[in-house]
Design a protein. Structure first.
Length: 305
């Protein structure tokens, strides 16, 4: 089965861990047959899980269990009947994600990049930060960027290749191209040249946290730079549905959640509306993007066509 249609290696590992944890819980309570998994037993399991994890995690656990029991029933209907208490179980209401309050500004991202240091490893990681901000690539996509994925005008993210057991990501099954200026193209080519066979592993996230702490900033991980890219694109006037395509999001609502504000935004003021333009622009406010044409009487009204 090819990767776009199956579980990747990472997804397989996660599903195996969820199923194993459930099997251990059942074994500890003497539940060894599917028929013993009554609604009451499943309710007790759910309560025990909710004491440790979120409702979203429990829902994902149950999704994996449904697939496992459905597969077992298809293989041997006589030995494993469908677990009705699990099939008909309602999903828990998941809490909404906290709105992203602050994202690192481009200037703050540059400070983080410089905080890695001037040695070879530090320069390499600093380059990764700059390219992530300039293109919105995910950590895995940065790691697997190839020379042939960088043209004169765009940076390409290619679909997964090979069997699902060897696939490197569960996302970006479709090819996408991010149009980029010459500065970003040069940065991407330098990254491909310098990276070599190195990988942005989980350990680099710890180094990222350390670099951010040096400049008294806080970032959750490499994904924060995708949010900076999305926010900067929208502020530059790019249509949101274009930003959605560049990031590889299936839903526009996902892209909207990536948009945030910078710490320096506290100095901004609302723009001057058209009706107040004749009084002048107060200090500290935005200048109007265009001056309304005035007619002959000088009252600032638009001429009647």
């Amino acid at each position: 089965m090819s990767a776009p249609h199956g579980w990747t290696r990472r997804t397989q590992r996660s599903a195996s861990q969820r199923a194993t944890a459930f099997a251990e819980w059942c074994s500890a309570r003497g539940l060894t047959l599917p028929a013993q998994l009554t609604s009451r037993a499943l309710g007790l399991w759910r309560e025990s899980r909710l004491a440790e994890v979120s409702a979203a995690t429990v829902n994902r656990d149950e999704d994996v269990l449904r697939k496992c029991f459905r597969w077992a029933a298809e293989q041997s209907p006589a030995l494993c009947a469908p677990v009705e208490g699990l099939v008909r179980r309602r999903r828990l209401r998941e809490s909404k994600r906290d709105a992203l309050e602050l994202v690192p500004s481009p200037a703050e991202c540059e400070r983080i990049a410089q905080a890695f240091g001037d040695d070879e490893a530090g320069a390499w990681l600093g380059l990764a930060v700059r390219l992530a901000v300039a293109t919105g690539l995910r950590r895995e996509e940065l790691t697997r960027l190839r020379a042939e994925d960088v043209s004169e005008t765009w940076v390409r993210v290619y679909p997964e290749e090979g069997a699902h057991a060897d696939a490197w990501s569960g996302k970006s099954h479709k090819e996408r191209r991010i149009p980029a200026p010459p500065e970003t193209i040069a940065l991407a080519r330098e990254w491909v040249r310098v990276r070599g066979s190195r990988v942005l592993s989980d350990s680099t996230t710890k180094r990222l946290h350390g670099a951010a702490s040096k400049v008294e900033l806080t970032v959750k991980g490499w994904h924060d730079f995708r949010r900076t890219f999305a926010t900067e694109c929208v502020r530059a006037g790019a249509p949101l549905h274009h930003v959605q395509r560049w990031l590889g999001h299936e839903l526009l609502s996902t892209t909207q959640r990536y948009l945030g504000r910078y710490r320096s935004d506290s100095e901004l003021r609302a723009p001057v509306v058209y009706s107040l333009y004749k009084t002048g622009v107060p200090e500290g406010h935005f200048e109007p993007s265009s001056v309304p044409p005035a007619n002959d009487n000088g009252r600032g009204k638009r001429p009647v066509k």
